[in-house]
Each structure stands twice: as structure tokens, then as C-alpha cells.
Design a protein around this ligand. Structure first.
Ligand code: ADP
Ligand code: SF4
Length: 689
């Protein structure tokens, strides 16, 4: 059972009129589902309730149609009609005794209103501040607007209470909520009683909290979520301003919830931010108020959580990503199963679901957002349909996930790996600069597999089709991965182009295998996720001079969706990489390469002693093709199915696609053929007359 040193994490904590059963506080987080997928988001939170969280929050909830952040999909509480989906959510959160929190947001200058077409409002007349630089400005709010804003908040408090929510949180962090805009001297340049001094800039904040207290404070707790620092230098709402504010209004809310200034800074990836990275900014705030304090920091270490509580830094362990990667994190600590925790790797693939308006997925927890859509669960699997043996070939993230999940289902599983170490790309990539946390994908799964008597792992076992036919498995799951292409083919060049035969050409596989290019190395990045930038860092460490050429307007463009792009480009520029954006590599040889501007076609030459191609990947599908070619021999070999999964089926630069493929293989095995039916449930809007 529970280790005594973690008892402190399970102490009940009073929040206003309510008591949280422990210190585990799932702070609001997006999920790409929001109002489009209300049952999916409710079920996702129910699983967290089962996993033992004391407090569980919704994502951002737009309280009024005059401020919304289309195209991003969050929740909407605009009318009474919206209440039923909130009831569903609150009920799901309450299912195992968690308090239900709702994060109420009026985005103001962060809401372009592309859907409602209302004119946005802000403290002053100014352009909308979003990721997308929409051609929209907000008008300055007058006194009547402020009265309306307070009224709309009151409606939201009442609706949220009617839906069954316990904690009302006013959102003023990450630059996404109107109270932060009023608090910021950079944005709030008003000259009336709502602008100027901190007391004035905090007036709206104080009024909205007081209104919440009057409306619902008898039964609900009131929380505020504020930025630790706006990250805008001394012109912004600084950490010192926050300390002044907390001291000034120490008793106003029932709980203070602190997050970092920009979302990028708050939700930094493990490549750029350590666990508990915000500790210095939050330390001392608790001493300014008698009310409990929530802090975040991608916490997955129970000892670190205990230290922060014991040192009086925080009262609640705020967690978004750790609760996504492992919804059962509190229960596992409680039950003394620390080694079973599926630690977040800090990759931010979950955030890409929101940024792309898709639906979130998690590298570590493939059931995330599939709890309702597919009935998946992070801890449990259906029992196997029949006693059958499954051979999984390849132990990368796809093969490891398949073997682990098949093991949970009770199949007899053999996992064969050609190399002396398991983990495939995860093992190799975790040795690259900044990616060590990615090894957790392997370590969690291997840790679980090693406890299973029905899963055997065979290393140094490169299997041929004949080996597989002789193995005696009913199902063969081919997870043999992919290799980086050596011909420059990807998105810009759909066919190979001119590379001189005597020019040293490398791929990321070569460098991960120990190859050491020398001299001036040109990276051609037509993959656009993390690998190009990571390769540049590695080459610098090897002492090379590095040019990074990409047809995109940005380095590692897709990493905008993981909130890393700015950090990556800054790091490369500051470390002396010759960054050439909007350039395609046309030919290379004789110590030089020809680049072409992707807009004008104008050509230029740069020095190039060696080429590193970060382009597309080819599936390693020889085994599956060889097996398919011998399908006539399957019956005698006892084989019923052969299926390629993960990178061996269709490579993805993101590991999450592989872990998902492995999980899905295990879920779908022995299921009846769905025919034309969809593989997941979805919600359809009710038609109005
Ligand atoms: P994925 O992301 O799809 O899991 P990886 O490239 O990470 O793919 O992993 C594939 C793994 O499969 C590698 O560890 C590789 O060594 C292994 N592998 C490839 N071919 C064979 C084979 N014929 N027999 C056993 N293992 C193989
Ligand atoms: Fe953590 Fe990555 Fe999962 Fe997000 S997707 S919760 S960052 S492991």
C-alpha cells in the first residue's frame, strides 16, 4: 500500500465551502474536442475521477458569444441550452468523488469572433492577439460594456452551478483571459478607474470575484487562474506585480491557481523545460495569502510533489499533461505502485490536437480522448477472445505498445527484436540532444511487460518470413519500423533530384548509428517536425558547421503545434546555425549546393561538404511483403492474420502515431470485421427547425 512519505499528498484540503479529498488538482487543459465532442470530453474526465484526482477541471469555457476563439475548439456556456453537456461533465467528474471545476473565460483581445461575428472588446482599442494574426481589432470597453461583462459572468456562474460544478475559476493566465488583459499595464492603457495603478487594473478582477461570491459563493468555491509573469518584460504584468496583487487581495478568492505567462512558457516541452520549471516564480506566493495555492510543473515525481508541499511552495499539485499521460497517477501513488506510473514525456503532442482542431492524442496514453469514442481505458483491456499466440515483430513504440496491451488482454505474446536493445526509434532518439525523456515510452512499457508471465521478449532476433512461418503464432503483428530516405524525396521533391555520387550523404539513422559527418554540413529539412533542428544541435556538438535549409517559412514548422517552434528557431540562431528558410535544395556536389527560393525560384550557392537529409521515411515492410507472398503457407503454419502497424505500415515523425497503432492492434484483435461501420463513435449536432 501507500508509502508513508506520500501521505501528505492525500490530506484533504479545504477550498472555501468545500473540501478536496486530496492534493491532486487536474488544472484545465484543452483536448481538441470541446463543444464538438461533449460526451468524449466528459468520459475522459470520468476516467480521471476513477484515477483518484481530488479536483478535476474542464478546459477553457467561453462564457458569452461576444468573445470566442474560433478556430480553436473549447467549451461554450452561452445559453441554457449548453447546460446539459456541462451536467454530463460534472456528473462524470463526481463519479469517484472529485470536485468539479469550470474554467470560465472571456477571451477579449484573444478572441477574433470568427464564428459569432461580434465586434471583440478589450481594455483599449487594439488588434486581436492570437496565433493567427486575424485581420480583426477589438474596440475599447466603456463602462456599460464592463457592466455587461459582469452580468454575463453572473449568468455563467449560475449556469455552471446549475450544471453541478463546485469550483468557479476565472481564467486570467497564458494571455487568454480578460482579467489578465486588464491586469497587464502593457495592454491596459486606460485612464479611468479600471486603468493606471495596480489597484485600478485589478478592479475588474476584484469585481468579478466578488460577483461570483455573491452569486454562488454559498455552495461553490471561487478560484482565479493567473499568470506568474506575463513574459513581456517590465512593461507587462510581472511576477512582482502578481505578488503585490496577491498581498492586496489575499482573502478574495478561495484558491489561487498560478500558471506561467504565455502558454508556450507554461507548457514547455521536456526539450526546453525541466519538471517544476516554475518553482522560482511561485515560491513565496503562498506566504502572502491564507488561501491554498495551486502550481503546475509537469509533475510526475511523487517525491518532488511532497517536497514542494512540505516547503510551503504549493498546496495543490496542479497537473494537466501528467494527468493526460496517466489519469491514474494519484491512485498509483496511493496504492504504492510508483513504478506503474506512465510518466508524461513532455512532447506536447496532446496540445497539437487543440492547435490543429483535430482531437488530442497522447504519446504515452493512447486511450486519451478514445474513452467514449472507442471505449478504451488507460488501465484495463477486454479479455482476449480466444487462447491464441501472437507474435509481435519489432520492439519500437508500436511493437512495445501492441505487446503490452495484448498482454493485458491475456494473449500469449512473443515480442521479437532484431537489435540487442529494445525500444526501436525511441531508444535511438532518446540519445539525441534534449530528447532523453522520450525513453519513458520504452521504460513504462518494458516495466509492465516484465511483470507479465504471458509476454516473452526475444532480443537479437531478426526474423525472416521463414522464421515467422515456423514460429507457430496465430496472429503476426509486424512493427518493423521505418528508415529515413536517402534520396531527398519528401514534400518539395516528390522524386529524387541531383546529388553527386561522391558527396557524403547522411540521414538521421546514420547519425543515430554513430556516423560523424565533418566540415560544412547542409541539413535539408523537408520533414518540418523536430528532427531537423535536433540534428542541427547534434552536428554542432560534433564540431561541424551547420546550414539548415528548409522550404518552409520557419524552422521545424509543425512544432508550432507543440508550442516549440519559437524556442527551436531561437536556439539554432543563437548557436550559430546558418538558417535558410523558404529555400529548397536543388542539387549538391563538388563542395557546394544550389538552393532555390520557394517564392521566386532565384538560385544561390552555398558551401556543402556533406548533406544530411531529413525528408521522408520508407516503411521497413520487406517482412510483411514476404509473408503476404507466402499466404498459401499460412494455414499450415497456423497463421490466421498478418498485419503491419506503426511506421512499418505508414511512417509518422511523431511517436504518438506508433503507440496508438500498437494499442489499436491489441484492441481490435479478434474483433468482428466492422464492415462499413465507423471505428469510433461521434456526436452529431441536433437539428433545429
Ligand atoms: P515503430 O515506431 O513503428 O514502433 P521503430 O522503428 O521504432 O518503429 O521500431 C521498429 C523495430 O523493429 C526496431 O527496433 C527494429 O530493430 C525492429 N525490427 C525491424 N525488422 C525486424 C525483424 N525482421 N525482426 C525483428 N525486429 C525487427
Ligand atoms: Fe505528455 Fe506528450 Fe502525453 Fe502530452 S502527449 S501528456 S506531453 S506524453
Amino acid at each position: 500500500m501507500r508509502d508513508k512519505r506520500y501521505d501528505i499528498l492525500f490530506e484533504p484540503v479545504k477550498i472555501g465551502p468545500l473540501t478536496a479529498k486530496n492534493r491532486f488538482y487536474q488544472v484545465p487543459h484543452c483536448n481538441g474536442g470541446g463543444y464538438r465532442d461533449p460526451s468524449a470530453v466528459a468520459e475522459m474526465r470520468r476516467v480521471k475521477s476513477e484515477g483518484g484526482w481530488g479536483v478535476i477541471f474542464t478546459e477553457q469555457v467561453e462564457i458569452h458569444h461576444t468573445s470566442e476563439i474560433t478556430p480553436f475548439i473549447e467549451l461554450r456556456l452561452w445559453e441554457d441550452k449548453d447546460i446539459p453537456s456541462f451536467v454530463k461533465m460534472a456528473d462524470a467528474i463526481h463519479a469517484h468523488g472529485a470536485l468539479a471545476g469550470v474554467e470560465l473565460a472571456y477571451p477579449g483581445v484573444n478572441g477574433p469572433n470568427l464564428y459569432s461575428r461580434e465586434v471583440p472588446m478589450a481594455p483599449v482599442n487594439m488588434p486581436i492577439l492570437t496565433f493567427t494574426s486575424d485581420p480583426v481589432q477589438a474596440r475599447a470597453m466603456d463602462k456599460e460594456d464592463i457592466r455587461n461583462l459582469r452580468h454575463w459572468h453572473k449568468l455563467a456562474y449560475r449556469r455552471a452551478k446549475a450544471a453541478g460544478f463546485d469550483i468557479m475559476c476565472l481564467y486570467g493566465a497564458h494571455g487568454f483571459g480578460v482579467i489578465q488583459h486588464f491586469l497587464s499595464p502593457r495592454i491596459n492603457q486606460r485612464t479611468d478607474e479600471y486603468g493606471g495603478s495596480l489597484k485600478n487594473r485589478a478592479r475588474l478582477f476584484a469585481e468579478l470575484v466578488a460577483d461570483a461570491r455573491d452569486e454562488v459563493g454559498d455552495t461553490c468555491a471561487i478560484s482565479v487562474r493567473l499568470s506568474l509573469d506575463e513574459m513581456a518584460g517590465i512593461d507587462g504584468f510581472t511576477n512582482d506585480h502578481l505578488r503585490e496583487l496577491v498581498a492586496m487581495h489575499a482573502e478574495l478568492p478561495d484558491v489561487w491557481d498560478f500558471a506561467h505567462g504565455t502558454w508556450e512558457a507554461c507548457s514547455g516541452t521536456s526539450r526546453f523545460k525541466e519538471e517544476a520549471a516554475q518553482e522560482d516564480l511561485i515560491r513565496g506566493l503562498k506566504q502572502l495569502t491564507p488561501k491554498p495555492v495551486v502550481g503546475v510543473g509537469r509533475f510526475t515525481s511523487a517525491d518532488l510533489m511532497v517536497r514542494q508541499v512540505k516547503q510551503g511552495i504549493i498546496d495543490f499539485i496542479g497537473a494537466a499533461r501528467p494527468s493526460i499521460a496517466d489519469p491514474f497517477l494519484p491512485r498509483k501513488i496511493d496504492e504504492g505502485r510508483i513504478e506503474d506510473i506512465r510518466e508524461c514525456i513532455g512532447c506536447n503532442i496532446c496540445i497539437t490536437g487543440d492547435m490543429t482542431m483535430g482531437i488530442s492524442r497522447c504519446t504515452q496514453n493512447s486511450s486519451f480522448m478514445e474513452e467514449w469514442r472507442k471505449g478504451w481505458h488507460p488501465e484495463r483491456m477486454r479479455k482476449k477472445a480466444a487462447a491464441k499466440r501472437v507474435l509481435v515483430v519489432g520492439s519500437g513504440p508500436a511493437g512495445l505498445s501492441a505487446a503490452h496491451r495484448l498482454g493485458l488482454r491475456g494473449y500469449e505474446v512473443a515480442l521479437a527484436e532484431a537489435r540487442t536493445e529494445v525500444g526501436g526509434r525511441v531508444t535511438l532518439e532518446s540519445r539525441l540532444p534534449g530528447l532523453s525523456a522520450w525513453a519513458r515510452v520504452r521504460d513504462y512499457r518494458m516495466g509492465q511487460i516484465q511483470k507479465m508471465s504471458n509476454v516473452e521478449v526475444y532480443k537479437d532476433s531478426a526474423l525472416t518470413a521463414e522464421d515467422v512461418l515456423g514460429f507457430g503464432a496465430a496472429h503476426v503483428c509486424v512493427a518493423t519500423g521505418a528508415t529515413w530516405r536517402r534520396d531527398g524525396t519528401a514534400r518539395f521533391h516528390l522524386k529524387p533530384f541531383a546529388i553527386a555520387a561522391d558527396l557524403p550523404v547522411f540521414t538521421p539513422d546514420d547519425l543515430m548509428g554513430g556516423a560523424k559527418p565533418a566540415g560544412q554540413v547542409l541539413i535539408f529539412d523537408d520533414d518540418h517536425y523536430y528532427m531537423g533542428g535536433v540534428m542541427a544541435e547534434l552536428l554542432l556538438k560534433l564540431g561541424c558547421k551547420v546550414s539548415l535549409v528548409t522550404p518552409s517559412t520557419k524552422v521545424s514548422e509543425w512544432s508550432t503545434n507543440t508550442l516549440e517552434q519559437g524556442f527551436i528557431q531561437k536556439r539554432l540562431l543563437e548557436s550559430g546555425v546558418d538558417v535558410r528558410v523558404t529555400r529548397a535544395l536543388m542539387s549538391a556536389g563538388n563542395g557546394a549546393a544550389t538552393l532555390s527560393c520557394t517564392y521566386t525560384g532565384r538560385e544561390e550557392e552555398i558551401a556543402c561538404d556533406a548533406l544530411l537529409l531529413v525528408t521522408a521515411r520508407n516503411p521497413v515492410d520487406g517482412l510483411v511483403h514476404a509473408l503476404n507472398a507466402q499466404s498459401a503457407a499460412w494455414a499450415d503454419a497456423g497463421i490466421e492474420t498478418v498485419k503491419a502497424i506503426g511506421d512499418a505500415e505508414a511512417p509518422s515523425s511523431a511517436i504518438a502515431w506508433s503507440t496508438y497503432a500498437g494499442h489499436r492492434y491489441a484492441e481490435d484483435l479478434d474483433e468482428p470485421d466492422p464492415g462499413d461501420a465507423m471505428s469510433f463513435r461521434r456526436e452529431i449536432a441536433e437539428l433545429q427547425s
